[in-house]
Write a protein that binds this ligand. Structure first.
Ligand code: PLP
Length: 378
């Protein structure tokens, strides 16, 4: 577990990182700068450093600076969604390259690889990342990227980030970690040796279910970031200034929210673990979770996401989702309000997720109210 003072500095950073008092008015909150283009000087130069909003703009620059500092990275590129951020990482590779991904990962990115990237000749292997030896054995001559997601979506599998990044480094392979679920408040993959961190900023960073965005952060001396920046600007999947502003605003309370999400999720996991209608609980904070010790090493606390399987199959799972009153039936995660989601039906036909599994995005309401809501629905 990280030191107490580390948490304190994250609190200060999340309030101040990337923030500037606006020079012309003294406004302590940056305005939303909607201008798509910026005036050139008589000699054709750009005296304020901005050219055109897709290339860069003050709100995006401020958000990128903020996320970069929180992840302790060197550079950051913000995107119009988490999947666009992931796509930029895959597109920065060459045709014929091979990537290794966890068998349990966010289904949208898996679909993106299978439906789109494979057509561009990207090869992929899905492997059990809870065993680093398996990852090692999966490496081929053309492997260029190891993609980590921990805890994973929706089975909360834990990958040892340090060991996996070391394997990648030893074979001269890029390692990227989707850190959406943990955020840098709970886990910082770049400090553990990863080259890249990827985010859906739609989730905990934004924190209020009102803006879609993504980001890629690079560690020091990661050359591939130049290509990712090119893809951001030339591919054009850029976030709007308004979305950047909303996500930056969300980050100001990130440390407080992550503490509360984690505390509530731990309480709910303990309640579920002792409930007679529950078959299995997936939460890395529980001592019975197979990844608990690794999670304890690499995370400050265990986050706001958990899944559980119900006795009584799919029908029982649907009964519970229709009877809850405080939890809202919806996909997505990371916001102040609690959500409950039947994953296999949203993941589609090919989903491997058990049909009696429900995923919770635990919000910041009172834990007792959330537990009472679930108890009544059971
Ligand atoms: N990564 C993870 C772990 C996610 O859970 C999600 C969405 O749920 C994404 C990436 C994709 O993010 P977005 O919806 O912003 O494209």
């Amino acid at each position: 577990m990280a030191k107490e003072n580390d948490e304190e500095s994250m609190e200060t950073l999340s309030v101040h990182a990337g923030r500037k008092v606006e020079e012309s008015t003294g406004a302590i909150k940056s305005p939303i700068n909607l201008s798509t283009t910026f005036e050139r000087a008589e000699d054709g130069s750009y005296p304020k450093g901005y050219i055109y909003s897709r290339n860069n703009n003050p709100n995006r620059e401020s958000l990128e600076e903020c996320i970069k500092l929180l992840e302790r990275g060197e550079r950051c590129a913000a995107f119009s969604s988490g999947t666009a951020a992931a796509m930029a990482v895959f597109q920065s590779l060459s045709t014929g390259d091979h990537i290794i991904c966890p068998e349990d990962m966010y289904h949208g990115i898996k679909k993106q690889i299978d439906d789109i990237m494979k057509r561009w000749d990207l090869e992929v292997s899905y492997i059990d990342f809870t065993d680093t030896e398996e990852v090692k054995e999966g490496i081929r001559d053309n492997t260029e990227l190891i993609w980590i997601e921990t805890p994973s979506n929706p089975l909360l599998k834990v990958t040892d980030i340090k060991r996996t990044a070391m394997v990648a480094k030893k074979h001269d392979i890029i390692s990227a970690c989707d850190n959406t679920w943990s955020t840098p408040i709970l886990q910082r993959p770049l400090e553990l040796g990863c080259d890249l961190v990827v985010h859906s900023t739609t989730k905990y960073f934004g924190g209020h279910s009102d803006a879609v965005g993504g980001a890629v952060v690079a560690n020091k001396n990661v050359d591939i970031f130049d290509e990712i920046r090119n893809i951001q600007v030339e591919g054009g999947a850029c976030p709007s200034p308004f979305d950047c502003w909303l996500i930056s605003r969300g980050i100001r309370t990130l440390t407080l929210r992550m503490k509360k999400h984690s505390k509530n999720a731990m309480n709910i996991a303990e309640f579920l673990q002792n409930h007679s209608e529950v078959e299995k609980v997936y939460y890395p904070g529980l001592k019975t979770h197979p990844g608990h010790e690794i999670a304890k090493e690499q995370m400050n606390s265990f986050g706001g996401m958990l899944s559980f399987q119900l006795k009584g199959g799919k029908d029982k799972a649907f009964d519970v989702t229709s009877d809850v009153e405080i939890f809202t039936r919806a996909t997505s995660l990371g916001s102040v309000e609690s959500l409950i989601d039947h994953r296999s039906s949203i993941e589609g036909e090919e989903s491997q997720t058990p049909k009696n599994l429900l995923r919770l995005s635990v919000g910041i309401e009172h834990a007792d109210d959330l537990i009472d809501d679930l108890r009544a629905a059971f």
